[in-house]
Write a protein that binds this ligand. Structure first.
Ligand SMILES: NC(=O)c1ccc[n+]([C@@H]2O[C@H](COP(=O)([O-])OP(=O)(O)OC[C@H]3O[C@@H](n4cnc5c(N)ncnc54)[C@H](OP(=O)(O)O)[C@@H]3O)[C@@H](O)[C@H]2O)c1
Length: 114
């Protein structure tokens, strides 16, 4: 119980320190990055998330559904293969979590290869 109260007060302290701070998360739709986005929103940060296509609901619905996303999550289009495409998302941010990563699948049948 005391541990829970301590945990609660730490989150509140963190939230007040994070208020107004903007952090960028690249590849926001991905496995690692979407957890980072969630944890940042939970702590009160404003998040600039990048995806390759902000209009693709398959890539964005789980981000838009997060607590705090309506007010503090802004999604930007950015592609690692397009120079300068991350500039707008990074502009004004305290830091960047760079989790965008191209993954190339060349294995057609894992049972054959492994
Ligand atoms: N998952 C793990 O257990 C684990 C463990 C250790 C390290 N890592 C490392 O952490 C990083 C992320 O892993 P993950 O598992 O989260 O991968 P993931 O789910 O595949 O996420 C990667 C994201 O990168 C984005 N992306 C791909 N190509 C891109 C491009 N050309 N330009 C911009 N964005 C692009 C994709 O988003 P869009 O398609 O929406 O743009 C995708 O959601 C990788 O470097 C991985 O090696 C992962």
């Amino acid at each position: 119980m005391a541990e829970k109260q301590q945990e609660g007060s730490n989150v509140e302290e963190g939230s007040s320190r994070a208020a107004g701070k903007v952090v960028c998360v690249t590849g926001a739709s991905g496995y690692i990055a979407s957890w980072i986005v969630k944890l940042l929103l939970d702590r009160g940060y404003t998040v600039h998330g990048t995806v390759r296509d902000t209009a693709d609901p398959d890539k964005t619905w789980h981000l838009r559904a997060l607590d705090g996303a309506n007010d503090r999550l802004q999604l930007f289009n950015a592609n690692l293969l397009e120079e300068g495409s991350f500039d707008a998302a990074i502009d004004g941010c305290e830091c960047v979590f760079h989790a965008a990563s191209p993954v190339f699948f060349t294995i057609k049948d894992p049972k054959v290869n492994y």
